[in-house]
Design a protein around this ligand. Structure first.
Ligand SMILES: NC(=O)c1ccc[n+]([C@@H]2O[C@H](COP(=O)([O-])OP(=O)(O)OC[C@H]3O[C@@H](n4cnc5c(N)ncnc54)[C@H](O)[C@@H]3O)[C@@H](O)[C@H]2O)c1
Length: 257
């Protein structure tokens, strides 16, 4: 018995990183999984490695017509979509007083409008399934400010408003909507210039003194996707080693601590 037996899932940004881990875990727990990404070759390789339970699709999440096609194709192949993980996202650094407005808009377009289009596109199919779960991958940056990441942080805060609003509207259609807020997770997104996250002082100062891994996040997403979370909607789950709890580095300043 898998925890997602009978589920039909779409995971965006599943060609690598956290999305790949979620797609693999979902399939291992009995779901059919669409591995959706703009990285066509990488998505195809992940789906092929998973096997018959997975299909790769090339999807730019900012393209509404492409979303409609993916949902229609998925339902034709496997039945109504039960599960959506809006995981795809982009990170972009710039100073708030020097940010090019079009670049700022692009971050919002991918990270917010892309997730909105996913919710909009899957809702009719999910409502037909009678039991849906949407998980939007926000960030610790959706609960605090991030210097030089103003567009990214803005987008991740916006996902909370989108998720809570959708949770209120879609509950009556049998659809739950929640957000997950990873902290620093060791993926291509955070390996700047080949940097080694395992030795970074930032992570050593967390309550849980290490960088997060994709295998820390995927089980939380799995829980929210599963029927075990049947009464959980409009909720926000931090998976950040305790970063949002407060500053663990201050412990070194307290005598006897
Ligand atoms: N890595 C972290 O520290 C961290 C922390 C908090 C939140 N997050 C969020 O987690 C999610 C996954 O990030 P990751 O760490 O696995 O990064 P990643 O860069 O490894 O993966 C992101 C994936 O999204 C895909 N993607 C980007 N734009 C797309 C588009 N327009 N359409 C379809 N696919 C697109 C990329 O091709 C890539 O495969 C993102 O939303 C990210 O913002 C990451």
């Amino acid at each position: 018995m898998g925890r997602l037996d009978g589920k039909v899932a779409i995971v965006t940004g599943a060609a690598r990183g956290q999305g790949e881990a979620e797609a693999r875990l979902f399939a291992a727990e009995g779901a059919k999984v669409v591995v959706a990404d703009v990285l066509a070759d990488e998505a195809a390789a992940v789906a092929a490695d998973i096997g018959d339970a997975a299909r790769a699709v090339t999807l730019d999440i900012t393209d509404e017509a492409a979303w409609q096609q993916v949902v229609a194709d998925t339902e034709e192949a496997w039945g109504p979509v039960t599960t959506l993980v809006n995981n795809a996202g982009i990170l972009d650094f710039n100073a708030v007083d020097r940010y090019d407005a079009d670049r700022f808009r692009t971050v919002l377009e991918v990270n917010v409008v892309g997730a909105f289009l996913g919710i909009k596109s899957v809702t009719p199919s999910m409502a037909r399934s009678g039991n849906g779960s949407i998980v939007n991958i926000s960030s610790n940056g959706g609960m605090e400010g991030l210097p030089f990441l103003s567009a990214y942080s803005t987008s991740k805060w916006a996902l909370r408003g989108l998720s809570r609003s959708a949770a209120i509207e879609l509950g009556r259609k049998g659809i739950r909507v929640n957000t997950v807020h990873p902290g620093g997770i060791d993926t291509p997104m955070t390996r700047f210039d080949g940097s080694d996250n395992s030795t970074s002082a930032f992570y050593q100062n967390l309550p849980i003194k290490r960088v997060g891994t994709v295998d820390d996040v995927a089980p939380v997403v799995l829980f929210l996707a599963s029927d075990e979370a049947g009464y959980v909607t409009g909720a926000e789950y931090a998976v950040d080693g305790g970063h949002l709890a407060g500053d663990a580095a201050v412990l070194s300043q307290i005598p006897g601590a």
